[in-house]
Ligand binder design. Structure first.
Ligand SMILES: [Zn+2]
Length: 163
């Protein structure tokens, strides 16, 4: 009876050790891919951009419903005015591949490549998007939150001619 107890506890100790080792290696992997991205950027002279994510929701796009249930801007100079949800600054429907940028840095129509997101184009702008910062559109808030905020290189394929 005692022998069996010892065997069980030894097995669970091994399991705990295995799990700890697994966590440690996963953490090391994540740390190394973050570093290698940064290293790669430094080696090639690429600049790191702040890459965030948004969706059409009221949290991401500063809107709320008025008393009649119509979407209106919740803040900024347009506060209280009707807001067309999901329509970009260039008048297009936001979709996968839509990016908001500081259009003084990246004019509307600029085509970009973002690792992990793909080819996309600057179609929108945002009050909080300034300088070397882009905001990627996702179809759901969950996906936008999962992307979070990353510092990474962004490849400019072609600068657009829009304003
Ligand atoms: Zn959202």
């Amino acid at each position: 009876m005692h022998g069996r107890d010892r065997a069980v506890s030894r097995r669970s100790a091994a399991r705990i050790f295995f799990r700890a080792a697994l966590c440690a290696s996963a953490a090391a992997l994540c740390a190394s891919c973050g570093r290698s991205d940064r290293q790669k950027a430094e080696e090639t002279g690429e600049e790191l951009w702040e890459v965030t994510a948004y969706c059409n929701c009221e949290k991401c796009c500063d809107w709320e419903k008025d008393a009649a249930g119509r979407p209106v801007w919740s803040k900024g100079p347009q506060k209280g005015k009707p807001k067309a949800v999901g329509v970009t600054a260039s008048g297009r429907t936001a979709r996968k591949g839509t990016v908001a940028a500081d259009t003084r840095v990246l004019p509307l129509g600029t085509r970009l490549w973002v690792e992990g997101y793909g080819e996309c184009s600057v179609d929108d702008r945002g009050g909080a998007i300034k300088g070397r910062h882009i905001d990627l559109w996702f179809p759901s808030h969950k996906e936008a939150k999962e992307w979070g905020r990353r510092m990474m290189p962004v490849r400019i394929i072609e600068k657009g001619g829009g304003k």
